[in-house]
Write a protein that binds this ligand. Structure first.
Ligand code: EPZ
Length: 420
């Protein structure tokens, strides 16, 4: 197992290229199951979660070549529609094959993902919607066994809660269903929007893209012809580098970004005293004279993303005054609190709200990564801390940040990737 050894404090400076969005690439690769012809996807990030999904695709009988950031995938000869426990347990997003497999083949089995470090994370809304589309769903031996021998039918579905992968699964299912689906209270995240745009480009009639109500006319099981497309930039990776610049009082320019996807994040960085300038696909963060405290409440897009909560908590340790951070989406997404406290952070946790007093001079220590975004918060804190911070279990970081340690090194961070 590898760990990151960071010597701080350092001041980041320079330019960094942002990779394609993991959370857009996962559903879009799943969507290639809706086609029986080869399809090319550009700007795919080289991260562990993508490789895990491709391993699952190999087991399904898919053929692909993934070189640099280009994926060419051919799902003509899918021979198996079972997503087994050994893969799903390592990556919950494997559930994204449920909608497209069922829609195209009328049957599939997907291992139940179970809980994870950030909370319970049920999939009841995915299943309920598929049932409304005519699927029979059984839970057997830890698997969701879904059948729709006559194919799925369009339906009116009101999501009780906004769910990102739930919306994506049902959008993909509706694309091949018979007739019209009306989806209400759908997630509006940019990753969901890109999925709709790619399906629309393939000839699926979708109204309301970018809103919380979609009308989708299905192709009645006619496989799609997907044109080549490129994955949108990763807004969470971009936000993480902005925080890295801000926490070290550095100045960093990001390339290959969509600044419009980052409005809620940049608004908070402004509040903290930083200046951000955007031009085309680039944006530069200029440091605050003195970081100021802020308040955050996570919510669905276009609100402040839960996937940036941990990084802003690291930032709040360096901000003057009392910062308040409320997590509203996941019940247990505060695993980084105790690790930040090991570095000396002053954090009081009550229910879903963390209250921080800053600024605190953090001191390097050994800390343990618990999930993807929590891990990146520990790296940010390590950049600001004096002395050596060793972040253990960085396989979490490898799941979603492409070449994190190389990118940070290019920005002047002093860090090494070492073996335990
Ligand atoms: C997606 O997870 C992302 N993953 C997460 O990113 C992200 O944190 C999350 O959306 C919220 O933005 C991918 O896109 C692959 P949800 P997802 O369903 O879809 C409840 C990262 O670090 N819920 O939108 O699994 C659920 O428990 C990851 O990259 C139900 O109750 O999240 C949660 O409280 C981590 N029943 C809320 O909805 C359901 O059937 C939102 O979850 C589904 C969800």
């Amino acid at each position: 197992m590898d760990y990151l050894s960071i010597t701080g404090p350092s001041r980041l400076h320079g330019e960094v290229q942002i990779s394609g969005a993991k959370n857009a690439a996962l559903p879009l690769i799943a969507a290639t199951l809706l086609s029986d012809e080869p399809c090319t996807v550009e700007n795919v990030p080289q991260v562990a979660d993508i490789k895990t999904l491709l391993k699952l695709f190999s087991k399904l009988g898919s053929k692909y070549i993934f070189e640099e950031h280009t994926l060419t995938i051919d799902n003509e000869n899918i021979t198996n529609t079972v997503a087994t426990y050994d893969i799903v347990k390592t990556m919950r997003a494997s559930i994204l094959v449920l909608g497209p497999l069922l829609a195209r083949f009328g049957r599939c089995e997907v291992s139940l993902p179970g809980g994870c470090a950030i909370g319970q994370r049920p999939i009841d809304l995915h299943l309920k919607a598929l049932e409304l589309m005519g699927a029979n769903i059984d839970i057997k031996n830890g698997y969701v066994v879904a059948t729709a021998p006559e194919g799925l039918k369009g339906a009116r579905i009101i999501f009780d809660k906004i769910t990102v992968t739930g919306s994506e699964n049902i959008i993909m299912a509706a694309a091949l269903a018979k007739g019209r689906s009306e989806l209400i209270n759908v997630a509006k995240e940019p990753e969901v929007v890109q999925l709709c745009e790619v399906l629309q480009e393939a000839g699926v009639n979708i109204e309301g893209i970018g809103t919380d109500e979609l009308i989708i006319e299905g192709t009645e099981r006619e496989p799609l012809k997907l044109s080549p497309f490129s994955i949108i930039p990763d807004r969470i990776e971009a936000g993480t580098y902005l925080c890295a610049a801000a926490i070290t009082y550095g100045s960093v320019t990001l390339h290959n970004v969509r600044s419009d996807h980052l409005d809620a994040v940049t608004a908070k960085l402004h509040e903290a005293g930083c200046r951000i300038e955007s031009e085309g696909a680039s944006m530069t963060l200029y440091p605050a004279a003195r970081l100021k405290s802020f308040e955050i409440s996570t919510t669905e897009y276009p609100g402040f993303p839960t996937d940036m909560q941990a990084q802003f908590m690291a930032l709040a340790t360096q901000a003057e005054g009392v910062s308040i951070i409320e997590e509203r989406l996941f019940e247990n997404r505060f695993m980084h609190v105790s690790e930040l406290q090991r570095l000396g952070a002053s954090i009081h946790l009550k229910g879903h709200t963390a209250t921080l007093n800053g600024p605190i001079q953090l001191l390097g220590a050994d800390v343990m990564a618990t999930d993807l975004r929590a891990s990146s918060a520990l790296v940010l804190a390590g950049l600001a801390a004096s002395g050596t911070t060793n972040v253990h279990r960085i396989y979490h970081l490898d799941r979603g940040y492409e070449a994190l340690h190389e990118k940070l090194k290019m920005l002047g961070a002093k860090l090494e990737r070492l073996k335990e």
